[in-house]
Design a protein around this ligand. Structure first.
Ligand code: HEM
Length: 170
């Protein structure tokens, strides 16, 4: 195995570990922690905020790791001849990753409009008021189902799927 192959294997491994931390953390929150916190009557109100702050640190690190290792993987692939399906899948993956990064960074933001824990949030805290009003006017009733945390939990596995597809169609 030459040094380049070793580097690609290590990079892919780190990319996957960061994926496990972030996407796994989101799913753990959705299916385990949030239901548990909601049903624990004696849980201190501070707990959710503290857990969120800790998780934000892990997410911030994972985002950097994904961008850097993802950049190395792209560089590695661009040295091969790549076909249109690979480029289209990669573009969709990067677009959805950007959406995920923006939602996560907005959720983790400290400041005036931030009232809930960085782990749990509502769109009203992170999108401009006029966008929210526009949605309300359309009477879509979307906010409860498509909360930022629910969107993150769905986007993660979708992006993982696209990443696995990249491996197969490359
Ligand atoms: C939420 C963020 C992301 C997640 C969950 C994610 C997840 C994954 C997964 C699971 C794979 C398959 C790895 C394998 O089977 O070896 C993959 C591949 C890949 N990812 Fe990501 N990724 C994310 C963000 C990014 C970003 C930001 C970039 C680029 C800057 C990137 C570039 C790539 C590339 C190029 C591949 C394919 C490598 C190949 O062709 O074998 N990813 N990703």
């Amino acid at each position: 195995m030459d040094p380049l192959e070793t580097t690609v294997i290590l990079t892919r491994w780190v990319h996957l570990v960061a994926t496990v931390v972030w996407v796994g953390g989101n799913l753990f929150f959705l299916f385990v922690l949030r239901p548990a916190l909601r049903s624990a009557r004696d849980a201190p109100p501070e707990l959710s905020r503290l857990v969120g702050t800790r998780f934000k640190e892990a997410v911030d690190l994972s985002m950097w790791v994904l961008v850097i290792t993802g950049g190395v993987l792209i560089y590695d692939r661009l040295t091969d001849r790549i076909e249109a399906p690979y480029l289209v899948t990669l573009t969709v993956k990067l677009t959805l990753s950007t959406v995920m990064f923006l939602v996560a960074m907005s959720l983790g933001r400290q400041g005036g409009r931030r009232q809930s824990s960085p782990l749990e949030g509502s769109w009203t805290e992170i999108i401009p008021a006029w966008v929210e009003r526009a949605f309300m006017t359309l009477r879509l009733g979307w906010a409860a189902v498509a909360s930022p945390t629910n969107v993150l939990a769905v986007l993660g596995p979708v992006i993982v799927f696209l990443g696995v597809m990249l491996r197969v169609i490359a």
